[in-house]
Ligand binder design. Structure first.
Ligand code: ATP
Ligand code: MG
Length: 397
């Protein structure tokens, strides 16, 4: 396809710039997505206009990245990032260009981009400018660096994570030379900030192909954040797990744990800077997962004991540990809700202490009552429950 539709507000930005005498194009991800037939998340524009001029041309702008020549233009409730054509030079910290040289040339601006599929531009009437055969790679469904992969990854190590992330989001393969270079240069990923790595990993895990995150471990990209690459193999269907960050992260951690790549379940999460609370949940879920029954009838007892949130996370971990179907059944168990939780009983903790239970025993007796109610052997009635509590106190658990 050579021509694609550009939304009106983007056209307004392109023509505003053109009317002021500046070359301007839609570029990058939006062009790629339009060609693939995917809905672009946002539209970026590259133009010959310096940032200060962009701010003069449009009435509502935000200087979001003036240093890099980026201004956000507001049109109605929409926003478009406009960046001056640029050529990056000298990367010394494997991440940020030291100097940004402004040039009025689309070609060089496209050549500094990471992958051929991301290095295309589009005019206001939808004509595609493609100097690196990005369209060919879209057809072949390949992620390929613009130019020599070793030098492009040497300039910016984050691109290696982006390669895996795009392959997961788009379902494209990573072209052989590009993939080989990732294996060779994965060690340089240790220079990246953990926040950037976490964002790429999470985008990968939240994509339709979360399994591809395993490639981040296999190539060594995660070496700085795990204890070893672990044993390869044993693919898990992480996509079965609900598309929510913590669930997928929990399943992925469980998978790495099973492969022997982690010393502790929350090692990757902690090294990527996830909160103490979430690390705790991942640890508890991975510890509980092996005990999780697969049968819905039995799962109710597990939920009563562990609570709904942790049970769902444990089910996600079980998928990561190679037990397909656990997440789906657990979600049905919780949705169906054919059980009562300790906090919902018509007897309270103080009734338990009156019956003689102390400390952790109080929770234990409440859980026990809930299980008996769920099993159908005990009536959900205050007096019956109190009698049963006393009876257990006398006879022991
Ligand atoms: P999406 O926004 O859907 O995640 P995208 O392709 O728009 O995908 P962005 O991170 O928004 O990705 O970047 C916009 C464009 O800028 C990319 O398409 C690419 O051309 C270029 N780009 C972004 N990051 C880099 C990088 N690290 N190295 C080289 N070019 C990059
Ligand atoms: Mg984008």
């Amino acid at each position: 396809m050579d021509r694609v539709q550009i939304p009106g507000y983007v056209k307004a930005v392109l023509s505003g710039l053109a009317d002021a005498g500046y070359e301007a194009y839609a570029v990058g991800g939006c062009v790629r997505d339009s060609i693939i037939g995917r809905r672009p998340a946002d539209w970026d524009v590259a133009s010959a206009a310096p940032a200060e001029r962009v701010m003069e041309i449009f009435p509502r702008t935000v200087p979001t990245g003036i240093k890099y020549g980026t201004v956000t233009v507001l049109i109605g409730r929409r926003r478009v990032e406009v960046t001056t054509f640029r050529k990056d030079s000298d990367y010394s910290d494997s991440r940020r260009p030291d100097t940004v040289e402004f040039i009025s040339e689309l070609h060089e601006d496209l050549m500094r981009r990471d992958f051929t599929i991301n290095a295309m531009a589009m005019t206001a009437d939808g004509e595609i400018i493609d100097h690196t055969d990005g369209r060919g790679d879209v057809r072949r469904r390949l992620i390929r660096t613009v130019g020599d992969p070793d030098s492009r990854f040497g300039e910016d190590a984050l691109r290696m994570f982006r390669a895996v992330r795009f392959s997961a989001q788009l379902g494209f393969e990573i072209e052989k030379n590009t993939l080989d270079a990732i294996f060779r240069l994965s060690g340089t990923a240790k220079e990246l900030s953990r926040e950037r790595v976490r964002i790429e990993l999470q985008k990968t895990l939240l994509s339709p192909r979360p399994e591809r995150a395993v490639l981040m471990a296999d190539t060594g990209l995660l070496d700085a954040f795990v204890s070893s690459r672990g044993r390869p193999g044993g693919q898990s269907r992480l996509s079965e797990v609900g598309s929510e960050g913590l669930y997928r992260m929990c399943a992925f951690s469980a998978l790495l744990l099973r492969r022997g790549a982690l010393e502790r379940a929350d090692q990757l999460a902690a090294n990527l800077g996830m909160s103490v609370k979430n690390c705790r949940l991942i640890t508890d879920a991975c510890a509980a997962a092996p005990e999780m029954p697969s049968d819905m009838e039995e799962q109710r007892f597990f939920v009563i004991e562990h609570g709904e949130e942790l049970s769902k996370l444990a089910a996600a971990a079980a998928v990561g540990m190679g037990r397909p179907g656990s997440y789906e059944t657990m979600m049905s168990t919780v949705r169906w809700h054919d059980y009562i939780m300790p906090e919902e009983l018509p007897v309270r903790g103080r009734d338990a202490s009156r019956a003689g239970f102390k400390g952790p025993e109080i929770r234990e007796i409440m859980v026990r009552l809930c299980k008996e109610v769920a099993a159908g052997t005990l009536e959900l009635e205050r007096r019956t429950l109190t009698v049963r509590m006393r009876e257990i106190k006398r006879n022991g658990f």
